[in-house]
Design a protein around this ligand. Structure first.
Ligand SMILES: Cc1cc2nc3c(=O)[nH]c(=O)nc-3n(C[C@H](O)[C@H](O)[C@H](O)COP(=O)(O)OP(=O)(O)OC[C@H]3O[C@@H](n4cnc5c(N)ncnc54)[C@H](O)[C@@H]3O)c2cc1C
Length: 344
């Protein structure tokens, strides 16, 4: 069937979910229009390590090239305040790649395949959302106590693999991305009276959270200034937020970042939506059937990991629960492999 006879799929949001879906639909010759409020290339607040993304999903989406040179890291070292308390070997390697590079590659692939991209255009979902996909990212919660800060650093030792540092009301991940840059990204409980200058906020929050050792280590390196970024109003979901139509990525649910699973969920969700949307675009399936089959797939994929992550999250940020976690990690009693499978 020629693409002239196909319905067009319209996607709001050109982050990972929207771009990956756009690429996969264009490979099936579905006409796609994608609206992105921002522009590329750009740094995003993200830990930039992807756990739980299998090769089959990557192939299904047709984004192998974008990830071909991503790092692959299996070692994780856990730190409580400034002390290493344990290590873990992941059952599958986590992919490490900056959002600066990954998003730009997906944009190039989408447009090369003939996708229509509207940059710098904030688009509202129409009230009749037939043919529309909401991939506009997380919903904001103005009462949230959480903020995210990130920057890339050069000239620091990253030989411990992925690092997860637990501080007072905070945790911070380190992952090496392209060109030897080490991405440092943390989730912090907001504190009044701390500087919110783009460059000094991360070191200030590290010290205020009792992570002086990490702050000293970073101070000895060099910050990639343009990468320093912040987000506020973060909130995390316990349940899959299906809504009335098709939502993907953080628009469905935001999982706590310690799982390193938000990006994988954005891509897995996009993969779940490809076949139903292709069938709808070819007029082989009604819109309500399409929505129903995407929603069932998302529910089956994400229900357990969201519930597990929301149960575990307090252990990573609450000082007294962290001590229990640290003690279990030191004595090797943390069932890390079982937890990994629960969360991914
Ligand atoms: C502190 C922190 C650390 C994290 N660390 C990790 C990690 O280590 N590993 C991991 O896998 N995940 C991590 N995540 C989560 C991960 O970044 C997200 O899950 C992922 O970006 C979700 O992709 P998305 O496409 O749904 O949303 P996004 O990538 O946020 O894309 C949504 C896009 O929609 C656009 N948009 C919004 N509204 C509109 C509109 N009305 N019109 C047009 N465009 C619009 C936005 O500009 C944005 O580009 C972290 C998140 C945070 C906050």
């Amino acid at each position: 069937m020629s693409s002239a006879a196909h319905h067009t799929v319209s996607i709001v949001g050109g982050g990972l979910a929207g771009l990956a879906l756009g690429v996969a639909l264009r490979r099936a010759e579905v006409p796609v229009e994608l609206f992105e409020a921002g522009d590329y290339p750009r740094h995003r607040v993200c830990g930039e390590f992807m756990a739980g993304l299998d090769d089959a999903t990557v192939c299904r989406l047709g984004i192998e090239e974008a990830l071909a040179d991503a790092g692959a890291e299996r070692r994780v070292t856990w730190y409580l305040r400034n002390e290493a308390v344990g290590g873990q070997t992941l059952p599958h390697p986590a992919r490490t790649i900056s959002r600066l590079v990954l998003d730009a590659r997906l944009v190039a692939r989408f447009t090369a395949l003939g996708g229509r991209l509207h940059r710098g255009l904030r688009q509202a979902l129409p009230s009749d959302a037939t043919g529309w996909v909401d991939a506009a990212g997380r919903r904001r919660s103005t009462r949230s106590p959480w903020m995210g800060l990130k920057a890339h650093f050069g000239g620091i030792d990253a030989s411990a693999g992925l690092e997860l540092h637990l501080g007072d009301g905070a945790y911070v991940g380190l992952a090496t991305v392209e060109d030897g840059w080490v991405n440092v990204c943390g989730l912090f409980r907001r504190r009044s009276g701390l500087t919110m200058d783009r460059v000094s906020a991360l070191p200030a929050y590290l010290r205020a959270s009792g992570l002086d050792g990490l702050a000293d280590r970073l101070a000895a390196g060099k910050m990639r200034l343009e990468s320093a970024s912040a987000v506020a109003a973060l909130h995390f979901d316990r349940k899959v937020g299906l809504g009335d139509g098709i939502r993907l990525g953080d628009a469905v649910a935001m999982i706590p970042p310690f799982t390193g699973n938000g990006m994988a969920m954005a891509l897995i969700g996009a993969a779940c939506a490809v076949d139903p949307l292709v069938a709808w675009a070819r007029r082989e399936r009604s819109w309500p059937e399409t929505v129903g089959s995407v929603q069932s797939a998302l529910q089956a994929e994400f229900r357990t990991r969201l519930a597990g992550a929301s149960l575990l999250h307090p252990f990573l940020v609450n000082p007294s629960l962290q001590r229990g976690l640290g003690a279990a990690a030191r004595t090797g009693l943390l069932p890390l492999t079982r937890l990994y499978h629960l969360l991914h």
